[in-house]
Structures are given as structure tokens and as C-alpha cells.
Design a protein around this ligand. Structure first.
Ligand SMILES: [Zn+2]
Length: 426
């Protein structure tokens, strides 16, 4: 028997096996249990996150022969379940919208719709990449969608939801599938590697998940490639080399240098990444993710919306405690700006270096907000002093600045900032 690729071997067979799309699987299960399955569904989402897998599970759930009615847990063993899983069920028609996009094909389909199912309960028409249908084809489909025979279900899948005509969308139940959280991908990869007896570290799994960018199929294909290339013992370095990524630790260290304004260390790291052939644009995107996580951590604490593994959480906790959140925000803003600019830059390294220097400066320069906050803290901490000179409303910027620095409370703040106030941006 030939080698079965991991993505196929470990393709989820049940709703509960589908990773990261609970908002969709739960709703479908509820609909089946309540016997309220709609006649048309639209799955929208990026490639490789399980749209086809989900449609097949749904088709099995509707047609599984082991039960008298649609089930939330198809058996996977009856003829129909097996045929559907293999993609050759007579009652489940998978149509590629890209190559069958004309009005003639839709007319064929409309004829097909009239036939009763051969052995299942329903005839299920799955149209993948449905956004590729021509406008005429969509229009030809409308009537059928409006009043399909009771034995017919439609499942449309697309990567581009905004290209579907509103008249089609309004006749479907629409589900948006999400990119899968890296932490969830790591968890699933860990399970599969354990079953497959593959030796691999958590950081290596994280690197695969990072490289796959939220797509489970890409993650599994990468794992396949790595196994055939390196055997069943894989390190983080093996994975990083494939994707051109920097290691988790190096990325976190770089963030640390930015936060502490350690420009020398920062630039040395960039030089190393560059000579090691790392993808610098990717680096900025990942750095931005890190700072985004830092912000979430600082403002909300550890939540589900933090896409991070246990190791990443440790670093986040430490950096979040040490860094001022308004500075983190400024770094994140600067990085977001640079990410856009880097996309079209020819000299990526230079642009990256200047961007990081700006970030490092931003993260060590006191913001006006910060000064005011500290001032207020001092004022409220002191007894209400009738003699405390109030800062007069500014008459001009120079006046304002002078009065400001003459204020004794400001003087004390300056001591706290250790001269940093000179760097205040007006
Ligand atoms: Zn079955």
C-alpha cells in the first residue's frame, strides 16, 4: 500500500475533529439535531482551512445509512459514508465552479436536481470556488435555489465571499471559516506526530504552524515534506530553514531589544537574519503579531484571543509587565506602517533597520500621555496644596513649555524620568 499523505490520512471524519471552526460545526450540529437543516449553505474562507472537509462531513451526516435520520456523528463505515469520504458518491456531486462556470453547466445541474437520490436521503450538490460562476450562471441557479426539491441540498464554498451575488447569499446560510489559531494547529500537529511516532519539539511545531499561516492543510503538507526530507526526528532549525523564519526565541529577543532601546543588539540581530537568508518581510509581520499580542496581554490579560503557545505566553507575560503599554502601542503602529511600505521596497534590510530604530526610539521616549499620567498620580498622592502653582492655560507653545517645566511637580517628574522628558514630542 502506498504512502498516504498526512493531510489525507488525518483528514477529520467528524464535526468534533475539525479544528478551529467550532462556530460552524456547532451550528450545523444544532441544525441537524433540531431537524432544521437549510437547503443551501455557503462556506467562505481562505484556502486550506477545511472547507471541503467540512462539506464532506456534512454530506455524510445527512446521508449516513447507519441511522434512520441525519446524524451529528456519521459512522464513517457504511457504503455512503465511505463513498462520500472518497469523493465518489452518486448522491453527492462535487462540482468545481472554476471549470463548470457557464450557464450550460448550470442548466445541466438544474436537470440533475430533479432526480431522486439513488441510495441516500438527499442529493447534495457541492460547488467549490462558486465565485467563479458567470453572472448568467448565477442567475440560472437562482430559481433552483429559491425552491429546490425537498431531497436537494446545496453547499457552496468560496475563498472570495464578496464576489458572490447578494441574491445568492440571501438564499443561503452563510458561514465564515477562520484562519486557524497557531496554538490550535500546534496542538493538532502534536497529536498527529505522537500517533505517527515523529520526534519533534514544541518550537518546531510552532514554526510549522507559523509557516502555514493558519492553514491546517499547509501545515500537514509541510510536516510531510519535512519527514520525507529529514526522517522522523525534526528540530526547530529544520523547519525554520524550510520557511525562512527566525526562531521563536530570536524573535522574542528582538522584541526585547526594541523595548529596551538596545539598538546595537537589535541591528546585529537583523544583520544575522539577513545573512542567514531569513525572510525579512515575514519577520516584520511576525514582530507585529508579537506586539499585537503584547498589547492584548497588557489590556485584557491572558485570553482566548491571544494566539500563543505556553512558551510564548511566558515571554509575553514578562515583556508586558516590563513595558509601558502606550509605548508598545506606538511600536505596533510603527511596525504596521512599515509592513505596508516593505511590501514594495527594494532594499528591505535598510528599510527594516530604519523602522526598527524608530521603534526602539519610540519605546524608550516618554510620551506626553505618560508624563501627564505620572503628574496626575503625583498630584493626587500629595495633600491638597492650596499653594501648589497651577499651570496656566498656554498662551503660546514656548510659554507653555516654560511654565510647564517650572512647575515643581513637573520637576519631580523629570527626576523620575531621569532626563527623558527632553525627548517629549510636542
Ligand atoms: Zn455512515
Amino acid at each position: 500500500m502506498g504512502y498516504e499523505v498526512l493531510a489525507r490520512k488525518w483528514r477529520p471524519a467528524q464535526f468534533d475533529d475539525v479544528v478551529g471552526q467550532a462556530h460552524v460545526t456547532q451550528t450545523l450540529k444544532n441544525a441537524i439535531e433540531a431537524n432544521r437543516v437549510a437547503h443551501a449553505y455557503l462556506f467562505v474562507g481562505p484556502r486550506g482551512i477545511g472547507k471541503t472537509t467540512l462539506t464532506r462531513i456534512f454530506a455524510k451526516a445527512l446521508n449516513c445509512q447507519k441511522y434512520d435520520a441525519p446524524t451529528t456523528t456519521p459512522c464513517g463505515e457504511c457504503n455512503l459514508c465511505r463513498e462520500i469520504a472518497a469523493g465518489n458518491s452518486f448522491d453527492v456531486l462535487e462540482i468545481d465552479g472554476a471549470s463548470n462556470n457557464g450557464v450550460d453547466q448550470v442548466r445541466d445541474l438544474r436537470e440533475q436536481v430533479q432526480f431522486s437520490p439513488a441510495s441516500g436521503r438527499f442529493r447534495i450538490f457541492i460547488i467549490d470556488e462558486v465565485h467563479m460562476l458567470t453572472a448568467q450562471a448565477f442567475n440560472a441557479l437562482l430559481k433552483t435555489l429559491e425552491e429546490p426539491p425537498p431531497h436537494v441540498k446545496f453547499v457552496f464554498a468560496t475563498t472570495e465571499g464578496d464576489k458572490i451575488l447578494p441574491t445568492i447569499i440571501s438564499r443561503c446560510q452563510r458561514f465564515d471559516l477562520r484562519r486557524i489559531n497557531t496554538a490550535l494547529i500546534v496542538e493538532r500537529l502534536r497529536y498527529i506526530c505522537d500517533q505517527e511516532k515523529v520526534n519533534i519539539t514544541d518550537d518546531a511545531l510552532l514554526a510549522i504552524a507559523r509557516g502555514a499561516d493558519g492553514g491546517m492543510r499547509d501545515a500537514l503538507s509541510a510536516l510531510d515534506q519535512l519527514i520525507s526530507f529529514k526522517g522522523d526526528t525534526l528540530t526547530e532549525d529544520d523547519v525554520l530553514a524550510v520557511f525562512g523564519l527566525v526562531s521563536r526565541e530570536a524573535l522574542e529577543a528582538l522584541a526585547g531589544h526594541i523595548l529596551c532601546g538596545e539598538m546595537g543588539d537589535m541591528l546585529r540581530q537583523v544583520a544575522n537574519f539577513d545573512s542567514a537568508g531569513k525572510d525579512l518581510r515575514r519577520l516584520v509581520a511576525e514582530l507585529l503579531d508579537h506586539f499585537r499580542n503584547l498589547l492584548v496581554y497588557q489590556h485584557v490579560g491572558e485570553t482566548e484571543s491571544l494566539d500563543a503557545t505556553a512558551e510564548q505566553l511566558q515571554t509575553l507575560a514578562a515583556q508586558a509587565a516590563a513595558a509601558d503599554s502606550s509605548r508598545v502601542l506606538r511600536v505596533a503602529e510603527l511596525l504596521a506602517e512599515s509592513e505596508g511600505r516593505l511590501r514594495h521596497a527594494l532594499n528591505v534590510r535598510t528599510l527594516l533597520e530604519t523602522a526598527l530604530i524608530r521603534c526602539a526610539r519610540a519605546s524608550t521616549t516618554a510620551t506626553v500621555d505618560e508624563v501627564i499620567r505620572r503628574l496626575n498620580a503625583i498630584r493626587t498622592a500629595e495633600p491638597p496644596a492650596a499653594t501648589a502653582p497651577a499651570v496656566a492655560p498656554p498662551t503660546s507653545s514656548g510659554m507653555r513649555r516654560q511654565q510647564y517645566f517650572d512647575d515643581p511637580v513637573v520637576k519631580r517628574t523629570m527626576e523620575i524620568f531621569d532626563g527623558d522628558v527632553a525627548g517629549i514630542e510636542e
